[in-house]
Design a protein around this ligand. Structure first.
Ligand SMILES: NC(=O)c1ccc[n+]([C@@H]2O[C@H](COP(=O)([O-])OP(=O)(O)OC[C@H]3O[C@@H](n4cnc5c(N)ncnc54)[C@H](OP(=O)(O)O)[C@@H]3O)[C@@H](O)[C@H]2O)c1
Length: 323
């Protein structure tokens, strides 16, 4: 008899994107889902994934791609035109897709001024509201914190230039924010989508618990100074080997914002991280919300796993990692 109490068909935008490739890998490894890449056609398709080619100028192609799917996961590049996500949300409703994961995968973008100041809030909120208006797909918004190794290897993010041993601490460098690995994000999505849709006797979590809900997961709650301790240990260096600077987070934010609004898109990352590191706690969502790590069966992180990810950041930086 067909299992109607679990989702099976999962469509993903960004099958080969930075985070999408990890979500895809995790879904395939679970062996419970049939994954379809919704792609404009340039993506390299992992083995075992079906392909639905789309054009964002042709809404019918989106609806066609999503017909028969239970879930749509959107991990879309931030440079995609602003209306692209809404087109997907509308197509998902037209195709009766039961669950949509809008673009999120980082800070709590719908949280008041944090969302407005980082420009991430309005599109996230618009996607949730549009899905609700159309009333066909439930949204699930994944708040994960920053990708740790990526953020550590990118100097405009956590403030470290690993290749040149310099660090800029924002304010005192002691504000803690949420961080995650790509793998844990993939595991969380797979485990969430493996839950029964409705209760099956017992009172374990169900996918329906998460209808129109924010999900909060995290690997580590860390300040820049916490990170520095791991950087020193992994690199076998001492503080005196590093050039250390301090800059007020608000000043750093305002300076980047000015550059961004003058047309320098490269200033965005500095603006985003400086704002997240404000010492008002905006970048620490676990003080406001319960983490779902345990409910979703995510393995706890350890100091060793943080060192491994720190090593990875050094490798990424040495290889000239650019986002
Ligand atoms: N937590 C963090 O530290 C962190 C860091 C960076 C980003 N993020 C978030 O993660 C999410 C996904 O980012 P990502 O870096 O994984 O994405 P990405 O790799 O840059 O792009 C993912 C996919 O988006 C599609 N895409 C790109 N440009 C497009 C365009 N102009 N029009 C239509 N589709 C386009 C492409 O798919 P096809 O070619 O297959 O069509 C691409 O493979 C975003 O919400 C972003 O804000 C989080």
């Amino acid at each position: 008899m067909a299992d109607t109490n679990h989702v099976k068909k999962v469509a993903i935008v960004g099958v080969n994107g930075t985070v999408g490739k990890y979500i895809t890998k995790a879904l395939l490894s679970g062996g419970k889902h049939e994954v379809t890449a919704v792609t404009r056609g340039d993506a390299e398709i992992p083995k075992g994934v079906k392909v639905a080619k789309v054009s964002y100028d042709d809404p019918a192609s989106l609806t066609k791609a999503l017909e028969g799917q239970d879930v749509l996961i959107i991990t879309m590049g931030t440079r995609a035109p602003k209306d692209t996500q809404q087109k997907l949300v509308e197509a998902a409703a037209a195709a009766n897709v039961a669950f949509v994961f809008p673009n999120a995968w980082g800070i709590e973008s719908s949280y008041g001024a944090l969302g407005t100041d980082t420009l991430l809030g309005p599109p996230a909120i618009a996607a949730m509201r549009r899905a609700e208006e159309l009333g066909k797909s439930a949204w699930i918004m994944m708040n994960t914190g920053y990708w740790y190794s990526h953020s550590l290897a990118t100097s405009s993010a956590h403030g470290f230039d690993l290749n040149n041993k310099t660090v800029t601490f924002y304010d005192e460098g002691t504000t803690k924010i949420n961080n995650i690995t790509w793998e844990k994000t993939g595991d969380a999505v797979r485990n969430l989508l493996s839950l029964p849709i409705e209760p099956e006797g017992g009172n374990g979590p169900t996918l329906s618990d998460y209808r129109n809900k924010q999900v909060y997961i995290s690997g580590w709650l860390l300040s820049q100074k916490d990170i520095f301790q791991h950087v020193l240990r992994v690199s076998g260096t001492m503080e005196s080997d590093w050039t250390i600077k301090y800059e007020p987070a608000a000043q750093r934010y305002e300076e980047a914002k000015k550059r961004l609004f003058s047309g320098d898109r490269s200033a965005y990352n500095q603006m985003l991280y400086a704002r997240t590191y404000y010492n008002n706690g905006d970048g620490n969502f676990e003080t406001r919300h319960v983490l779902e790590n345990e409910k979703l069966g995510l393995a706890p992180e350890t100091p060793e796993s943080l060192d491994e990810q720190t090593k990875l950041a050094f490798e990424l930086a040495a290889s000239g990692y650019k986002y």
